[in-house]
Ligand binder design. Structure first.
Ligand code: NAD
Length: 260
């Protein structure tokens, strides 16, 4: 299925995990990509891998920290000067922070999680939406989490930031639907990426595989998700076909968020 053939999509946090999986899925459909990450080395590796696999796709990379407003403006400006437009925006970069109880949580880590997960997502929309408004077309997919739908033990700033992503998604939908822009969020459950591997290390440093097995056991599907299973949904939400889906936070979690 070619959802996004010849479109131009920005992906933040594109060097690994969910961002890289989406880059591969979109590149396989002929989408031109503007890839953003603050990890310069991994971003260069990602570009090399994608260029080899998909030689006909145009790929621009920008090293930028999404919590820095000037850097966000720069990745948006560079995308427009390179490709002339922005059809889709996968506003994905985020961090988990450290696992700790609410009252013990390190305030500096708390603020960093908010700066990246909340402000980074906001800055992205602040600079991408004016471009999409001029085009009278755009598809935005913000990355929330199951932690943006319900609480998650020992992750208070993460949960706060992801609920905020879901809230900002609703507002963008209300404010810019008339401009041909749809804004949705996805809420992945536990998907095996470098971020989640690090979370299992923190939960059970002696036996991270046991922490992973616990998570799988508690999921109705009895397994974790694959990054490609998220990428397929993202590619649909970024496509013309998703034109009347707006302001939604869509769980991709094997059914986990339905349990109590
Ligand atoms: P990951 O750590 O595997 O990859 C994240 C990428 O984002 C990395 O390449 C990293 O360098 C980049 N990044 C982080 N902070 C950045 C910043 N300030 N500026 C630019 N780049 C930055 O993580 P992932 O699992 O792929 O997660 C991607 C998104 O999905 C995050 O927003 C995360 O909260 C969300 N999410 C992931 C899961 C999961 O199970 N993996 C579940 C729910 C939500």
């Amino acid at each position: 299925m070619k959802n996004t053939d010849n479109k131009v999509v920005i992906i933040t946090g594109a060097a690994m995990g969910l961002g890289l999986a989406a880059a591969k899925e979109l590149a396989s459909q002929g989408t031109n990509l503007s890839l953003v990450d603050y990890n310069e080395e991994s971003l260069a590796e990602a570009k090399e891998e994608l260029s080899k696999q998909f030689p006909n796709v145009k790929i621009h990379t920008v090293v930028a920290d999404v919590s820095n407003e000037d850097a966000v403006k720069k990745y948006v400006d560079e995308t427009v000067s390179t490709f002339g437009r922005i059809d889709g925006f996968y506003n994905n970069a985020g961090i988990e922070g450290k696992q700790a109880g609410m009252i013990e949580y390190d305030i500096n880590i708390f603020k960093k999680v908010i700066d990246i997960n909340l402000m980074g997502v906001y800055y992205g929309m602040k600079y991408v939406i004016p471009v999409m408004k001029k085009q009278k077309y755009g598809r935005i997919v913000n990355v929330a989490s199951v932690g943006g739908i319900r609480g998650v033990l020992n992750q208070v700033p993460y949960v706060a930031s992801k609920h905020a992503v879901s809230g900002m998604t609703k507002n963008a939908a209300l404010e810019y639907a008339r401009d041909g822009i749809t804004t949705n969020a996805i809420a992945p459950g536990a998907i095996l990426t470098p971020m989640v591997a690090e979370a299992f290390n923190q939960i059970n440093p002696d036996d991270p595989k046991a922490a992973e097995a616990d998570y799988a056991q508690n999921n109705p599907s009895k397994r974790l998700g694959e990054p490609e299973e998220v990428a397929k949904v993202v590619s649909f939400l970024l496509s013309d076909g998703a034109s009347y889906v707006n302001g939604q936070t869509i769980a991709i979690d094997g059914g986990e968020s339905n349990s109590y």
